[in-house]
Write a protein of this length. Structure first.
Length: 267
């Protein structure tokens, strides 16, 4: 609409001339109704006889508006925070979840925001809700819980391309909270507990295997040195005695049992 050539016609120019003449006749009283102040964070889209006066919005500062023929709409250029209400979605793996989010956006084209959409803020909210439901419906529950940032970037890109013609720039999209049913939470907790128990059993089995290998090597070393076995007995006795235990252990070499067995057989 802003790109169409301006043409108000002969009657339009006559009305504008009469309006300007009225301002001159009633000057300086009329100047107070003609001068409008636009703040730093605002822009004014001026309509003259229903047509946009300029392709670029006016402001900030003072602008001149003719009575009877000119009207204007102020557009706020500050960043707007739009809260997306909780949405009931069905993930790709058939799990129901409630997801809400926040969209941060701002208007960078005031003329497009006024001329191309009826209510830019309402349209942004509805489009954000629809985009959130469509994108999250293609994700599994695991992807939804683990990849919030990637999903938010995808939603931001989709919204940005759709709202570019409205003169709106999406600054940031955040997924605030993901709520899943209580039964699903219990099932996930049981699954995580079972996974931890499995890992604990695997670690214990690996420890037993390593210990058995170490004992095998130690037995081979002790088999080569009978005196080493006796020293090991003495170390065990020292460790037991240091614990204030009432049980006394007497180490006895294995070869003594062997000799006693041979004597009993010979007798």
């Amino acid at each position: 609409i802003a790109d169409r050539p301006e043409g108000i016609g002969v009657c339009g120019w006559i009305l504008v001339s009469l309006s300007f003449l009225l301002v001159l006749i009633t000057f300086p009283i009329s100047i107070w109704s003609c001068i409008k102040v636009v703040r730093e964070y605002e822009r004014a889209v001026v309509f003259r006889l229903g047509r946009i006066l300029s392709k670029k919005a006016k402001g900030p500062g003072m602008i001149l508006v003719l009575p009877c023929t000119d009207t204007f709409i102020k557009v706020d250029l500050r960043t707007v925070t739009c809260k997306i209400p909780p949405q009931e979605i069905l993930t790709r793996d058939a799990v129901t979840a409630r997801v809400d989010g926040v969209v941060h956006y701002r208007i960078h084209g005031a003329v497009s925001a006024v001329a191309n959409v009826t209510d830019v803020h309402s349209a942004t909210l509805l489009l954000a809700q629809t985009t959130l439901r469509n994108i999250l419906g293609t994700q599994s529950l695991a992807q939804l819980l683990a990849g919030r940032e990637e999903i938010a970037h995808s939603i931001q890109a989709t919204l940005g391309s759709a709202m570019e013609q409205w003169g709106v720039k999406v600054a940031r999209v955040e997924i605030r909270d993901i709520q899943i049913p209580v039964a699903m939470q219990r099932a996930m907790a049981a699954e995580a507990e079972a996974a931890r128990e499995t890992r604990a059993k695997v670690v214990a089995a690996e420890g037993e295997m390593n210990a058995s290998k170490a004992l095998q090597k130690a037995s081979m070393v002790l088999a080569e040195s009978p005196a080493g076995l006796q020293l090991r007995y003495l170390q065990t006795l020292t460790a037991v005695a240091a614990e204030n235990n009432s049980t006394i252990v007497f180490p006895l070499p294995i070869n003594v049992f062997g000799s006693l067995g041979q004597k009993s057989t010979g007798g």
